[in-house]
Design a protein around this ligand. Structure first.
Ligand code: AMP
Ligand code: MN
Length: 270
């Protein structure tokens, strides 16, 4: 429902076919797909946890906080996410203006063709447009040359605060998880602040094994999880069969000695 290319039903079938037993659909800043994902999980014989991935501004960068096992019917979650999404359309206009200034016009309209809801327009949709229109040969090339810090089409945005995101998740009976920590470009002090503040606000887990981490990065964040007393999560970051490095169910196991996050939300599994 945010920037993946497959439907919740197709994802559930793909997950089951790949050997997944417990699945969560984690759209960016959106929970509109949760009812369909749960129904599709049941049809495919999968256990299910509700999920979302909230965009947060922290120390000048965007951090993603995954929520798992929250009550998707609690209005506080929907209200929080609605607030976070505000401003994506305006930001997309500014991104398109920057791209036009370097000779690539029409990107707002182009990106919109890939997104159902303009409230959820993201860099992924711009990336797909830049590939389809022949400016770049794949989305990895897009993010090397455009849409990232210091490159044309990058517009920083003020998302939710870390405190807000963790609060929305926990007050709706879910658990908060720091997504793909190795992807951020924080100094050691900033990263320490992220983990400390996250814990102080009630966050309980960190993604250790993810499609966005190398094997070495998984080892590094396994240690960080132990240092901070956080449980460990495993997430594919799967967006599309053509764009993602790792398919559903294809990640390695969590390193030994960590508490899997799903043990903390066993009572929330459907
Ligand atoms: P946005 O929420 O609009 O800032 O877009 C964030 C999304 O863009 C991420 O969740 C990824 O799907 C994609 N993205 C951002 N940076 C990269 C990158 N360096 N390589 C591949 N995808 C990226
Ligand atoms: Mn995404």
């Amino acid at each position: 429902m945010s920037d993946g290319t497959l439907t919740p039903e197709a994802l559930a079938e793909r997950a089951a076919a790949n050997g997944v037993t417990l699945w969560s659909l984690t759209d960016h800043d959106e929970i509109a797909g949760q009812a369909r994902a749960l129904a599709a999980a049941k049809s495919a014989g999968l256990q299910y946890l509700t999920g979302t991935e909230i965009s947060v501004s922290f120390a000048g960068q965007t951090v993603h906080i995954v929520g798992l096992g929250f009550d998707a019917h609690d209005p506080r979650m929907a209200q929080g996410l609605l607030k976070t999404r505000g401003g994506r359309e305006q930001r997309a206009q500014e991104m398109a203006d920057q791209l036009a200034a370097v000779g690539i016009p029409g990107c707002f309209e182009g990106a919109l063709r890939f997104v159902g809801n303009p409230e959820l327009i993201s860099r992924t949709h711009f990336a797909r447009h830049l590939v389809e229109s022949g400016v770049c040969s794949d989305t990895h090339e897009v993010f090397r040359n455009y849409l990232t810090e210091g490159k044309p089409g990058f517009v920083p945005h003020r998302w939710a605060s870390l405190r807000e995101a963790v609060q929305w998740i926990t007050e709706c009976a879910g658990v908060a998880v720091i997504a793909h920590p190795a992807r951020y470009k924080f100094s050691a002090n900033e990263e320490y602040a992220l983990f400390s503040e996250f814990k102080a606000h009630g966050g309980v887990a960190v993604e250790v094994v993810t499609g966005s981490h190398t094997a070495h990065e998984a080892t590094v964040y396994a240690q960080v999880a132990q240092e901070f007393g956080l449980a460990a999560s495993r997430g594919s970051d799967f967006h599309s069969p053509h764009e993602s490095r790792i398919d559903l169910g294809q990640l390695p196991e969590l390193p030994k000695g960590l508490t899997p996050v799903w043990e903390l939300v066993g009572h929330r599994i459907q």
